[in-house]
Design a protein around this ligand. Sequence first.
Ligand code: SF4
Ligand code: SF4
Length: 294
Amino acid sequence: MDRNQVLKKCGLDVLGFCPGTALKEEKAYLLDRQAHFGLCKYEGQNIEERLDPSLQYSPVKSVLVFGINTKTRPIQLKKGQGLLAGISRIPDYHILLKEAGNKLCGILELEDQAKVLVDSHPLMERAFAQRAGLGYIGKNTALIHPVYGTYLALGLILTEKIFPYDKEEKGTCGSCNLCIKACPGGALKGGGILDPGACLSYQTQTIETSPGQVGPRLYGCDVCQEICPKNKEVPLTRLEQVVDRGINKEEIQDLSNREFKKRYGHLTGAWRGKKQWMENFKSVEAYWARKSKE
Ligand code: SF4
Ligand code: SF4
């Protein structure tokens, strides 16, 4: 079966293969980030675990990197509405990737010889994706794929089986600095360094926001993706059940947690529950109050 057939069978958009040896060059990058800005709460704090697949599964000879395109249509907010970033408006990609990874293991006959990792693991997915020829890491810290730009959600399979490996990608952003200039939080520091505490996407997911801090964002931030010229021609995701509108506070405020989960729980951006959205609505309301005075 050729790679395109495998992708189609698994509902995936990309697949790359690379050796399972530990990453080396990325160590200095992670240490630098840790020293200056700290690592994000949702990523692994142990640097060796970020780099070495054998600390997750052993023996590991190959890493398979697979992904789905998450690009959604931009939406126009109506007055008072909160904005869900593109990836947060699609069905939970963690579940989709896990299912696809398991299917992939079946097709490649890797059962009992592999581990599927999606999201809740410390490995630097993007660096393995680069090693597996799927793109390079841009100044906005995202993987930039030649077709899907920065819109891939990625998963990994660690296996003891050896495959023919893809050629590592070596591209760069060149002199472009558009995302750094456009970032509303000033979180992009150049050289692919991100200050997580300053990133509005991170703030919408983690900290109690004070009014006005994250603008109209209810969950996530798309600015550094929308501005990126590498994303101009990216096709829309094949995924269905995408929410393509802003969210009104009235539609969630009276829901019980169970009702919220039933109505929105399938979305990527709902995993922190109703409480986080309601907290972020303080900022959304402050944003619209400011707008009405302009
Ligand atoms: S997600 Fe938004 S705040 Fe975070 S780095 Fe990108 S543009 Fe900046
Ligand atoms: S906007 Fe420019 S600098 Fe930023 S990731 Fe895209 S190409 Fe690279």
